[in-house]
Design a protein around this ligand. Structure first.
Ligand code: HEM
Length: 819
């Protein structure tokens, strides 16, 4: 590490000196701004790109009117580069003849007053259709309507009809649907891309964004090619021409004043489609906020100075003219580091487990995408169940088979029971003081004992039985009401998630909290944000010295979130302190307050520790159980014969006169098989890192102290050597099998195994079994819009809990006799 550190220090010094010299030499006088760091620059995200932020009307006038001819270009943008055929779309094109002609063409054939008026009757029809559908939904019941979805879908229809001359269905684009894909594109385009701010980093794709952008561009390209083909085929039979036809005419006539082929006009339509869709998916609540969103987009896209000029006595520069020094430094580092690694390996005679070829410095980070558990599984197929990869500077061992997992979680559990440093847990959980991320040692041991005793003991779990019954009954009642008259489509993911949040709050905090108690964004959105941030590869985890620089801006977001959660947890503790004397029974927070005040804890235990544990429980409990239930219901909807068989078992054991009780669960053998198979196929926690506390050897390969161990539960549970036809949902594979989920059988580990296994396993199993049984017993479920079972997608969204990427939508019908 010494060499790397010294190299970095040298770079920082050389670069800072270079900046200073450059400024003195050129006598640059920049506009005022906050103090910046060397390399990262003086605005958080803008790295090497000098950036001017304009925030007042008169200064805006200077840029958009007086010097409009200078600032009318757009900067390089990685997202537009990959999504829009080399930034050839109007939105991101550089200022010049190409952009000018493109804009003229669009205005003439799509945005002229005459054209806008010609779509008037189409707009009327579509808006009328939406109002009619709202009227139908409103007529009998006071139903909740997802207004954002309605507006979004109307806007998509208007855009498609105007640009493509016809409406397209979700599945025309991809099985994930328009909204999900456009949202994902927006998310990618909005994620600060290191390649935009440090141009030389674009090639390395440290964040894995380029790979995702390329995937998306393929999907959109296929869709747009299909539209063009349809138009080419139907041209002769058409009476009136739409925008695509007009562009085809221009292309074929050769009249365009610029190079105009399939790629260019695909861009034309793509740009419009995306910009108008962007407007609606931003959940704009009013026209003015729509405009603001568009302006914000303009800001994000940015303008670029085409020339250097003086405005308000400030010199505004384009991109840094001289990248040569930085390039040279980087090349030297790469060469030195590669040489150092080679020398080091030869000297130590290190024999790593097999693994893919890595790159200098970043190692294998570039091989991981948005679902790293799937990427690791693919790599393990080539390199075996004990694989070595290097994530940045961190040596990592990936385990992908049952017998190797047994070595790590049983034979050498005492060596691998620690957790590595984690930036997200560091900022969110009071310096990694929570149980999930705590280092192995007396603190973690005592914390785990305390939670097991006061929250997860059989006695405690049973004491919450009636609370669980009440909350589940309430959800079934609300579904029954929604189902009773109309064939309504229900967002089952949202229902399950909200029930799971209620159960967790009541169990851990002793009372239900409303969304606005946490923050105006609500529980689900914030917990999702925590999960997303915790799952985003943080450079600080793989290059410890980069944590301070916060190149990705993640630390700032983590700190903001931790402030919101801290205020919420402080409020809960204060409420408990105030109401302690009037309480007859004690909840988990009261018990922890007792321990803190008695001074009996065998370890330092103050308010920070209580908050870290409460945060843990909230995050660990809410997402995991909900995701497991969501996946099992997904598979039941994809396999109607399994759903029927399960309903039959429930009819026999429980009967159609009443709901399921917890005491019924032990008699429901087929339910047990369905839950096991669902948790096998869809691993809710596919990767949980462990850390080696000592040097050790496994399967005769040396493993260094400090190595990160990734047990890929997802790969273990899909190992074809153990599970025939592993991709299929076959609950019958558990007939006459004693394989269990509790960590004794290493081929099925949804809750892990050994010292760091899930302490709430028993509770998790009860919640999942009970809610699945109740939803299947009380209601029949059908897929919406005539969707076939095999069309229901199983796209995963990796996170602390890996859930469905798209919400599960289904139509319920009440089936018990006590209607
Ligand atoms: C279906 C539901 C659940 C699943 C599938 C699940 C799965 C897991 C897994 C795989 C681990 C990590 C094992 C390892 O590191 O090797 C874990 C750890 C943990 N889980 Fe769960 N879990 C579930 C529900 C819950 C609930 C309801 C809670 C709390 C109320 C909870 C609290 C925890 C905690 C605190 C840890 C960290 C333990 C440690 O590091 O010592 N889990 N869980």
């Amino acid at each position: 590490m010494a060499l790397i550190w010294s190299m970095l220090v040298v770079i920082f010094i050389v670069y800072a000196f270079y900046e200073l010299l450059n400024n003195i030499q050129n006598r640059k006088r920049y506009p005022p701004g906050p103090k910046g760091l060397p390399i990262r620059g003086n605005l958080h995200l803008l790295g090497l790109v000098p950036t001017i932020v304009v925030s007042s009307a008169d200064t805006a006038e200077k840029f958009l009117k007086t010097y409009d001819h200078i600032f009318a270009s757009r900067p390089h943008n990685e997202a537009a580069y990959y999504l829009a055929y080399g930034q050839k779309n109007m939105l991101a094109a550089k200022y010049g003849p190409y952009w000018r002609n493109m804009r003229k063409l669009c205005i003439q054939h799509l945005l002229s007053n005459q054209k806008i008026n010609s779509f008037q009757s189409m707009r009327r029809q579509q808006v009328e259709l939406m109002i009619k559908s709202l009227k139908n939904e409103a007529c009998d019941h006071r139903v909740f309507v997802d207004l954002s979805a309605k507006i979004s879908s109307l806007s998509a229809d208007l855009t498609c009809l105007m640009v493509f001359g016809k409406k397209y269905m979700d599945e025309d684009l991809d099985k994930r649907g328009f909204k999900a894909l456009v949202n994902e594109v927006e998310h990618l385009a909005a994620t600060p891309n290191l390649g935009d701010f440090f141009p030389f980093l674009g090639v390395i794709d440290l964040q894995g964004l380029t790979r995702r952008l390329k995937d998306f561009s393929k999907v959109f390209d296929e869709f747009l090619e299909k539209i063009i083909d349809e138009h080419v085929q139907s041209r002769d039979q058409k009476q009136s021409k739409d925008f695509v036809d007009t562009m085809l005419d221009i292309m074929q006539s050769g009249e365009a004043e610029f190079q105009f082929d399939r790629r260019r006009y695909v861009n034309c339509s793509n740009g419009h489609f995306r910009s108008s869709y962007r407007m609606d998916t931003n959940r704009a609540s009013s026209t003015s906020s729509c405009v603001v969103k568009l302006l914000r987009h303009g800001c994000k896209g940015g303008h670029e100075a085409a020339l250097c000029s003086s405005t308000n006595a400030s010199r505004v520069h384009g991109r840094l003219c001289s990248m040569a020094l930085i390039w040279a430094m980087l090349v030297i580092i790469f060469i030195l580091y590669a040489f150092y690694e080679l020398l080091n390996n030869i000297q130590n005679g290190k024999r790593y487990p097999p693994g893919p070829k890595g790159l200098p410095i970043i190692g294998h980070l570039h091989l991981l995408g948005k679902n790293p558990h799937q990427d690791f599984l693919k790599l393990a197929k080539t390199h075996g169940p004990l694989m070595y990869v290097r994530l940045g500077l961190v040596p990592t061992i990936v385990v992908s088979s049952a017998d190797t997992a047994e070595k790590f979680l049983k034979t050498y559990d005492h060596i691998f029971a620690s957790r590595p440093h984690n930036e997200a847990a560091y900022y969110l959980a009071y310096g990694q003081r929570n149980m999930i991320a705590a280092k192995y040692g007396p603190y973690w041991r005592n914390m785990r004992k305390l939670c097991t005793q006061h929250l997860f003991s059989n006695q405690k779990i049973n004491s919450f039985q009636s609370m669980r019954r009440q909350r589940i009954e309430l959800m079934i009642k609300s579904l029954k009401n929604e189902a009773c008259d109309h064939r309504v489509v229900v967002d089952l993911s949202a229902k399950i998630s909200s029930l799971s949040a209620d159960l967790t709050c009541l169990m851990v905090f002793g009372k239900k909290y409303m969304d606005e108690d946490l923050d105006k964004r609500g529980f689900k959105a914030l917990v999702n944000e925590v999960e997303h941030l915790a799952a985003t590869p943080n450079l600080g985890d793989f290059f410890p010295f980069l944590g301070v620089i916060d190149l990705q801006g993640l630390t700032r977001r983590l700190k903001d979130l931790s402030k919101v959660f801290d205020e919420f947890l402080e409020k809960i503790i204060d409420e408990h302190v105030q109401s302690r004397d009037q309480k007859q029974s004690k909840d988990f927070v009261d018990t922890m307050l007792d321990i803190m005040q008695s001074g009996e804890a065998e370890f330092q235990f103050d308010r920070r520790h209580i908050k870290a544990i409460l945060f843990d429980m909230l995050i660990a409990a809410m997402g995991t159980s909900a995701a497991a239930i969501e996946w099992i219901l997904t598979e039941l909807l994809r396999h109607p014969h399994v759903m029927k068989k399960l309903q039959k078992e429930l009819e026999q054991v429980v009967g159609l006169e009443r709901m399921v009780k917890e005491s019924d669960l032990e008699k429901l053998n087929y339910l047990d098989m369905v839950v096991k198979e669902g948790m096998r196929l869809h691993c809710v926690v596919p990767l949980m890192p462990h850390e080696a506390m000592e040097d050790c050897a496994v399967n005769s390969f040396p493993i260094q102290k400090g190595s990160r161990i990734m047990i890929n539960f997802y790969a273990v549970q899909r190992d074809p050597n153990i599970w025939p036809e592993p991709e299929k949902f076959l609950p019958e594979r558990f007939v006459e099998s004693s394989i269990d989920v509790r960590g004794r059988d290493f081929q099925l580990l949804p809750f892990g195994s050994g010292r760091r296994s899930c302490p709430a396993m028993q509770l998790g199993i009860i919640i999942v079994q009970l809610i699945v049984a109740q939803l299947v017993h009380c209601l029949d479920w059908e897929l919406p819009n005539g969707m076939q079972p095999c069309d229901l997608d199983v796209e995963e969204q990796f996170g602390l809990a890996t859930s469905r990427e798209n919400p599960l939508m289904a139509m319920p019908t009440y089936r018990l006799n006590n209607a």
